[in-house]
Every structure is written in C-alpha cells, then in structure tokens.
Ligand binder design. Structure first.
Ligand SMILES: [Zn+2]
Length: 208
C-alpha cells in the first residue's frame, strides 16, 4: 500500500514503529509531534540518539553502560572491590545504586539464561565474570574477588541462571550469596522500591 505521507515523514513513522511497544498509530503521533516541534527540540532528540550510539559503550570490567573504558562504579577507588553483585541489565544496577546501600562492584550479564529461546552462557557476559574471579587483574584495582552476590530477577529463568552461576563461582573457590527474597516472584528489580531492595542487599543469603 502506498503511503499518503511524504517519503521523509513515512520514514520517520516507520522508524518509530520499530521501537518496542510502539504501534503504527503511536508512531504517527510521535512523527507529528516532531513535525510540530521547533527545530531545536527536534534536533536535540536527534543529537541525543546520535551521542548515545557514538559515545556510550560497555565498561571493560563489568559491562555497565559507560562513556569511558571503566564505568563510574568500577573507576571509584572507594568502592569495595572484593564484592561483585551480578545483575541482568544496566537498569537493575541503577535501581540498586539508588538505594545507596551497596558499596561493592557489579557485573552486568546482559540478560539471563533462557534455554527455550536458545540463550546460553555464551550469549551473556558469563566468561567475563568468571575471568574476573580467576584473575584479579581483570577486576578493577587488580583486587581479588571474595564474594559474588547474585541479584537476578526472581523469575524461573533468573533462578535457573543463579543456580548455574552459583555452581561456576563455587567451583572457583569464591563465596556466593544471593539477594534476600523480599522481592515477589515474577517481579523485577528495576520496579522494586528502595526499601525492599535495601533489605534484599542487607539480608543476602549464602548459597552453600
Ligand atoms: Zn564497570
């Protein structure tokens, strides 16, 4: 079907429609918002997209989002570098940071194991995590990791991933714990409130 819109407008609609959760109708609404906006607003959005793709990378140690080789957490010498809290996504890390209760480092897996979707350890940053544990040089400050805290989301796949990682980490002689189960099953870290997250960190349980 031929679009009645000028080609440039149609292209913008098509690009918006590719975003998660945005259907054709919403994409049209967004495109018209851009058309109506003044140039500074519209170009500000374009520049923000450009900059995020150009300058944001993944931290070389923990895979958190960063505009440097090491993210702000890994680069901070006041953090306790003997502890590594493993999360699924950068947004989980941000939720935990906002509690102000955790002073260690993180490791962002970039997902979780999901055999049904064909997602295995090789699709995540599992090797990078195990290397950090095996070789202190791979951990910021060259510090030996003494405790790995599993902070995956309380879902079936999150639990499966935790079991897998616990075995791998224990096999390397490092202590493993997991966040306390204050979080309701099926929920996700990013939407938990601060008090619940703070309790989950404080009450973390050892995985023997
Ligand atoms: Zn980092």
């Amino acid at each position: 079907m031929r679009s009645a819109y000028p080609a440039a407008v149609e292209r913008l609609i098509a690009e918006f429609a590719r975003l998660p959760g945005v259907g054709r109708r919403s994409a049209e609404r967004l495109a018209f918002y851009i058309l109506k906006s003044d140039e500074a607003t519209a170009m500000g959005l374009a520049r923000a997209i450009h900059d995020v793709k150009k300058h944001v990378k993944h931290c070389g140690a923990c895979s958190n989002l960063s505009d440097d080789d090491l993210c702000a957490v890994c680069a901070d010498p006041r953090r306790d570098r003997t502890r590594v809290l493993v999360v699924e996504q950068p947004k989980d890390l941000i939720a935990l940071e906002q509690t102000g209760m955790y002073r260690g480092l993180y490791h962002v897996l970039m997902g979780r194991l999901s055999p049904l979707d064909g997602i295995g350890p090789g699709d995540l940053t599992v090797d990078e995590l195990l290397r950090r544990i095996e070789k202190p040089e791979g951990n910021p400050g060259g510090t030996r990791v003494e405790e790995v805290i599993l902070g995956l989301n309380p879902t079936v796949e999150g639990d499966g991933t935790s079991m897998y990682l616990a075995d791998q980490v224990k096999a390397r002689g490092v202590r493993v714990s997991r966040l306390a189960r204050g979080l309701p099953t099926g929920s996700s870290l990013e939407f938990a409130n601060r008090a619940v997250l703070a309790d989950a960190i404080q009450g973390r349980q050892s995985m023997e």
